[in-house]
Design a protein around this ligand. Structure first.
Ligand SMILES: *Cc1c(COP(=O)(O)O)cnc(C)c1O
Length: 247
């Protein structure tokens, strides 16, 4: 708990400095990516005021969301303190590659999907969302920021596919077009890539003014993302520590 609290404090300082350096008066939102860490850590985050958490695999996320709900329902936390009564459930952000056959499961717990990247997935989402009685699900279109996108690329739509996906998403019942998401390419510096994302976001907002989110920036490149106007940062390691073997 103390380690997470200290890491959060350092991280918030880093975000503040990056925002000041970029001349921003707004604060990007923090999503803590809890993949490979247990539900107890999600509870610790809630105790520290962090209610936005990210996961990248349905199997792990659905189990963890359920465990978190069970822990929240009990009167004591993993640390033995009894503050859970005051805690609310976090909002789960699905940030990983999503298979169409997992969509129904993900809709069972997620409040935001960051990784809409192809028409077949969007079709599955539209179908599943139409059947449920809930507030619209926030969806981001994930963009592949590489200069040369291989034909078999998974994990991001090509920039020229964004307008079509956006138009379909914007008119779908039960879904809300919230904006764009990207991961910095490995092959080049993050900053110019995130600047291209910012341009794509501007083009998107010209058509869809409500689609204001830019989800970009991880532990290693958050400064570049903040400089490019990221509204939502997805941070794992710098809050929770190094991950062991991915599950
Ligand atoms: C794991 C992950 C993150 C967080 O990465 P860190 O380097 O741990 O900060 C962000 N976004 C996505 C899509 C991830 O899978």
């Amino acid at each position: 708990m103390r380690e997470i609290a200290a890491n959060l404090k350092d991280l918030r300082g880093r975000i503040d400095r990056a925002a000041a350096q970029a001349g921003r008066s707004d604060q990007p939102e923090l999503i803590v990516v809890t993949k490979t860490f247990p539900a107890e850590d999600v509870l610790r985050l809630a105790q520290l005021g962090v209610y936005e958490v990210g996961e990248n695999k349905d199997q792990e996320a659905s189990a963890k969301a359920q465990q978190t709900a069970e822990l929240l329902g009990r009167s004591t936390t993993a640390d033995g303190s009894s503050t859970t009564g005051k805690l609310r459930a976090p909002r789960w952000h699905f940030v990983g590659q999503l298979q169409s056959n997992k969509v129904r499961s993900v809709l069972g717990y997620a409040g935001v999907i960051h990784s809409v990247d192809r028409p077949s997935l969007l079709k599955a989402l539209i179908k599943a969302a139409a059947d449920r009685q809930a507030q619209p699900l926030d969806c981001l279109i994930q963009v592949d920021l590489r200069e040369d996108i291989p034909a078999d690329s998974r994990g991001g739509a090509a920039p020229d596919q964004v307008p079509t996906l956006a138009a379909r998403l914007a008119e779908a019942d039960g879904l809300r077009l919230a904006g764009l998401m990207a991961v910095a390419p490995l092959e080049e510096p993050a900053e110019p890539a995130f600047q291209r994302l910012a341009c794509l976001s501007e083009q998107l907002r010209a058509e869809h003014p409500e689609a204001t989110w830019i989800s970009a920036g991880m532990s290693g490149d958050l400064e570049a993302a903040v400089a490019a106007g990221a509204t939502h940062l997805r941070i794992g390691r710098d809050v929770l520590g190094h991950r062991g073997q991915p599950r």
